[in-house]
Design a protein around this ligand. Structure first.
Ligand code: XMP
Length: 512
């Protein structure tokens, strides 16, 4: 396995993605990690990420000495290369012009890391993003590639297995980058490349059994991929010791409760408590218009109901959560300061303290698409594994302003038609998330020979890789008019449909 030491780059996660895609398990640790823990973890190779600092600064992050003492191959990327060079006796200087974006390299020499990827004389395209640059490699290193702005764009010491890149091999704009990272993990560090989902499944089951023993476990199902995969995995590990709880807050999409019940109770035979708490949630939301207040009400009411159901089951010792890797990486914040709260996302984070439960988080090492792969490995139906994300507060944040039961019904009907059309057009998997929003605005129309005065429905569909940024999906005009016609004809209460063409940023994906 490979350890990635993070110096605060925006793209450290991508290094992990590429390494795992090469069939090698890896983890990202902050460069401040305990040296003894690094030694004990015994990585076969270490990758040093980029970062915003400059080695010339007095308090610049340093590579812990243990990294050099372990005697394993190293790959320094951007700041990682500069720190390596600085600490091993080479020279780094502030460049008078920054190099940012595409650059053409000239491969000047061969090295083990380039074997099968680049040969001397090649001029591959890479992606650069740096201010400082290495101007003299430490002894033992050779320069193996140069660019106009970087005389030491790649340096190599084959004897020690130490390599440094000024460019970023992890980003898609470096077309051969994945091959280089694979060469590092496989040829240089000697990893076997046999880390698969099947192996992960076995390891995860063993770990859950060891953690839980013969005690009781509960899991809140949301209808989404993460909680479903976590629940099925835990059920495989400890069987009937697991009970799932599904709280219907009345703000779900059409057919959700039936879908979850069918899958868990009937298909998997997993004990499932179904609680209809829609009256409670909708009463509490009555007349509330502030988006953050709505989110807070749904979050705390959810905890109350979940707690009640867990008590009714006679208590439990563990709570399963579908926490993913991007949520837990202790990455180095370049700015160090708290970020502005755009929205307070709702999950069941408040539960463990209130209920004195220990957490079982079997997915905390995985990325979203790896969770999907694990779901497939566990035999979950494709329709569940490939589902679009759905927010915890549900339809409450898709009806701007106050929320009523009637509005939820109208929105559910429109949303169902929209997704049905997307399915029929075979577009579901091309889209990160698609949903309808019910605007609390009425407009005038003419239906038959009569005047209508009904709500406006906005359709939203975005593409994204992680939900952090998003582009609107470019439906054909035909698709949009067909869907709009169906919604207006089939849903009482809507007489106008609009399409939201705002990207994120400046918009967010949800409307509230
Ligand atoms: P925004 O609207 O912030 O959404 O651009 C980004 C992604 O997060 C989802 N989302 C949530 N997911 N609880 C969740 O589990 C929440 O409270 C929540 N709010 C937004 C949103 O659907 C999108 O995928």
């Amino acid at each position: 396995r490979i350890l990635i030491l993070d110096f605060g780059s925006q793209v450290t996660q991508l290094i992990a993605r590429r390494v795992r895609e090469s069939g090698t398990y890896c983890e990202i640790w902050p460069y401040t990690a305990d040296p003894e823990a690094i030694r004990a973890w015994a990585p076969r190779g270490i990758i040093l990420s980029g970062g915003p600092a400059s080695v010339a600064e007095a308090d610049a992050p340093r590579i812990p000495e243990v990294v050099f003492e372990l005697g394993v191959p190293l790959l320094g990327i951007c700041y990682g290369q500069q720190a390596m060079v600085h600490q091993l006796g080479g020279h780094v200087e502030g460049a008078d012009h920054q190099e940012f974006g595409r650059a053409d390299l000239t491969v000047t020499d061969g090295c083990r890391l380039f074997d099968g990827v680049w040969s001397p004389g090649d001029t591959p395209r890479v992606w650069m993003s740096h201010g400082d640059r290495v101007v003299a490699a430490p002894s033992g290193f050779r320069v193996v590639a140069q660019s106009e702005g970087a005389p030491c764009a790649a340096i190599a010491d084959d004897a020690r297995g130490y390599y440094g890149f000024q460019f970023h091999p992890e980003v898609a704009h470096t077309p051969d980058g994945a091959d280089l990272l694979r060469a590092f993990t496989r040829s240089v560090a000697g990893c076997h490349g046999d880390w698969t989902m099947a192996a992960f499944r076995e390891e995860a089951i063993a770990r859950i059994r060891e953690q839980v023993g013969d005690r009781r476990v509960i899991c809140g199902l949301s209808g989404g991929v993460d909680s479903a995969v976590a629940a099925v995995l835990v059920h495989e590990a400890v069987g009937e010791q697991l009970t799932c709880i599904f709280v219907d807050h009345g703000l779900l999409r059409a057919g959700e409760r039936e879908r979850v019940t069918e899958l868990f109770r009937h298909h998997y035979n997993i004990p499932l408590v179904n609680r209809d708490a829609s009256d409670l949630f909708l009463d509490k939301l009555d007349g509330v218009t502030d988006p953050e207040e709505k989110r807070r009400i749904v979050g705390t009411t959810f905890i109350d109901v979940f707690e009640e159901e867990a008590r009714a089951l006679g208590g439990a010792d563990f709570l399963v959560q579908g926490t993913l890797y991007p949520d837990v990486v202790e990455s180095v914040s370049p700015k160090g300061g708290p970020q502005a709260t755009i929205k307070s996302h709702h999950n069941v984070g408040g539960l463990p303290e209130r209920m004195d439960l220990d957490l079982v988080e079997p997915l905390r090492e995985l990325f979203k698409d790896e969770v999907r792969a694990l779901g497939r490995e566990l035999g979950l139906p494709e329709a569940m594994v490939g589902r679009h994300p759905f927010p915890g507060p549900g339809l409450a944040i898709r009806i701007p302003g106050s929320v009523s039961r009637d509005q939820c019904e109208i929105l559910r009907a429109a949303d169902r038609i929209y997704l049905d059309e997307i399915d029929r057009a075979g577009l579901y998997d091309e889209i990160w998330q698609a949903f309808a929003v019910l605007l609390p605005v009425k407009s005038v129309g003419v239906m038959g020979d009569a005047r209508s005065y009904e709500f406006v429905c906005a359709l939203r569909a975005v593409t994204s890789t992680d939900g952090m940024t998003a582009d609107t999906y470019a439906f054909s005009h035909d698709f949009l008019s067909r869907t709009a016609t169906r919604i207006i004809n089939e849903v009482r209460g809507i007489n106008r449909v609009v399409y939201d063409v705002t990207s994120k940023p400046p918009g967010t994906i949800e409307w509230e």
